[in-house]
Design a protein. Sequence first.
Length: 644
Amino acid sequence: MSETFRIERIVLVTDTSRHAYAFDPGANLVVGPVGSGKSSLLELIRYALGGGGILSRAVQQAVRRLILTIQIGERRFTFARNIREATVDWLDTDGKLLERLSVESPTPYRQMSAFLLEALGLPAMRILRSRSRPTADTTALSFYDFYPYCYISQSEVDRAVVHHLDAIRDPKRRVAFEVLMGLTDEEIHRVEVQIGRLRDDLRAARNREHAVREFLGRSDVQSEDELLEEQSLLAETAMRGRNRLDELRHTARAHTMAEAPLRRRLEGVLGGQRAVAEQESIVRAELDEKRRLVAQAQLDLQRLTRTERAGDVLAGIDFSRCPRCLQAVDPERTSVDNCYLCEQPLARMRDAVPYTESDGASAQDLASAERRRLEALTAEIAALLKDAESELDIVLGQKRMLDLVALRVQVEIDDRSNQYVSPLFEAIADTSSLVATSAARLDAIEKALEHWKHHRILAGQVAALQRDLEQAQTELIAARARLDSRRQRVVQLSKVFDDIIRFLEVPWYESARIDLRTYLPVVNQSAFEQLSGGEKTVVNVAYHLTLLTFALRERTILMPYLLIIDSPRKNLGQREEDESLAGRLYRRLRILVDTYGARSQLIVADNDSRYHEEWFSNVIELSYERPLIPDLHHPGPTVDTIST
C-alpha cells in the first residue's frame, strides 16, 4: 500500500542567514520569472534527500547547509545535509543528531537510500542489469530509482520519461515501475538474479568441459573404459612381477648364503697374500741394502789396492824441487817419520785408517790389516746376502702357493655364480624392468584417467547447473504466474492515461496507451521520442498524473502520493490554443486535489501565476528582487539557470 510522502519544509542556511520554504498538503505552486530559483528549490529538495541534485552556481556559492522536513506515513523526519558533503544527518525535533547516513557506498554509515526505502515500505533488492541477457551482473535498486516517478525535472519534462533514454537507468526504471504497480516482488528478482548467476556459471562450466574434451581429443587419449581395462591388466602384471622378484631375491639370498664359506676362505687367502707381499717387500729391501754394502766393501778394497800401488811407485823417488811450485826442497826440513815434501806422516794414505807413533807398526802393515778387515766384511755381508736370497725364495714360494689357492677358490665361486647367481640376477633384472615399465605405464594411465575424471566432474557440474537453471526457471514462471493477474493494472492504467489525454483536448490526439512491455506512453501509435517538444511535455505530465491518480484510486500499489512538476508548460507556445491547453492541464491538477484532498501533495514550479493561482493552497513566489537566496544580488533575466 502507498505511503503518504510529503515535503513539509526546507531551510537554506547561508553564512549570514536562514531562508525557509514551507509546503502544504494538497497543491503548492512555486512561481517566479526565469532564473529566480524555482528549479533550484526543487533540486535542493532532491539533494537534501541524498540525491544528486543539480546545484546552480548561486547555490554553490552561498548555501552551506540544507535542512529538510518530510512526512512519510505518520512519521516526520528531519534531514540536514551540507553542500558538497556525502552524508545526511537525521535529526530529532530538537536538532540533535540521531544517525548519520551516507549517500555513497561503501561507508561505515547506513545508506540514505536504504533508510528512505524502509520508511516508504519499498523493497531494497538487487536486480539484473539486463533482463534480455541475464548474467550474474546485478545492480541495487535504490530510492533514487523510484523518486523520478514523483519528480519531473525541468530538463527531463520535454526529453524523457523517467530517464528512459538512459541505457543504464532504463532497466531500473522498468523494475521500479513493476515494484510500484505490484507487478513484481523480491522473490521474483531473487530468482532472476539466481538465474543470471546460474547462466554465468553454466556458461563457464560448459567452456571448461569443452576445453578438457578438446584437449583429450587432440591428445589422442584412449577412452576411459579402454584405459581402465589396460590399467587392470597392467596392475595384475605388475603384481605378478613383484611376486616373482620376491621369489628371485629369496633364491639369490639362499645361494649367497651357500657361497659364504668359500668367500670367507677366499678372504683368508687374500689376507695371506697381502701379508706375504708385505714380507716380500721387506726381504727385497734387505737384499738391496746388503748388495749395496758388498759393493761398497769391494770399492774400498779397490781403492786400497790403488793406494798401495801408488806408494810403491813413488817411494824410491827423491824430490829436490816441489813438483808444483818448483822450489828447492830440503830433505832435512821435517822428521824422518814425515814426508819431507808435504810434511805429512809417511803412513797417512788417502782413506786409510790413521795411525800414531805408539802403534809401532809400519804403513805396509797397516795397509795389510785394512785389507784383511775389508775382505772379512765382504765375506760376512755376502753370507747375509745369500741368506736373504734364500728367504726371498721361500717368500716367493709361499706367494705362488697362495696365488694358486686363491685362483682355485675364485674359480669355484665363479662356477657357482655362472651356474646359479648370474641367471638369477639376469632374471631379477628382467623382472625389475617389467615391473618398472608397468609402473610407468600405470602412472601415465593414472594421469589420463585424472583428465577423464576431471571431464566427468565438469560434465556433472554442467548437468547439475542445467538442472538448477531449469528448476529456477520453473520457479520464476510460478512466481510470475502468481502475480500475472496484476498485469491487468497496466491496462487499467492505460485507460486512465487515455482519459487524461482526451480531457486535455489536444488537437493531435487519436489514441493514447501505456505499453504493456516498456511501461512507456504511446500516443497515436508513436513512441515518446517521436513527439515534438510541446507534445512531450504534455504527455510526460499526463503520464505522471496518471500514475498518481491510479495510486490514489486503487490504494493497493506502492506509488507514493507525491508529484513534483517543474515547468509543466515548457515548449507549449504562446498561441491562444496553447494557453487553453495550459489552462486545461492546470484544471486537471485541480480536479486531482479536489478529489483526493490532502492525501496527496502536488508541487508545481512555473514562471507564470495567471493559471488559476487561487487553486493552490500554498504559493511560494520568487522574483528578481526576492530570489531563492535573498542574500545575493540578482542580475535579472541574464542570470545563469540550471535548465538545459
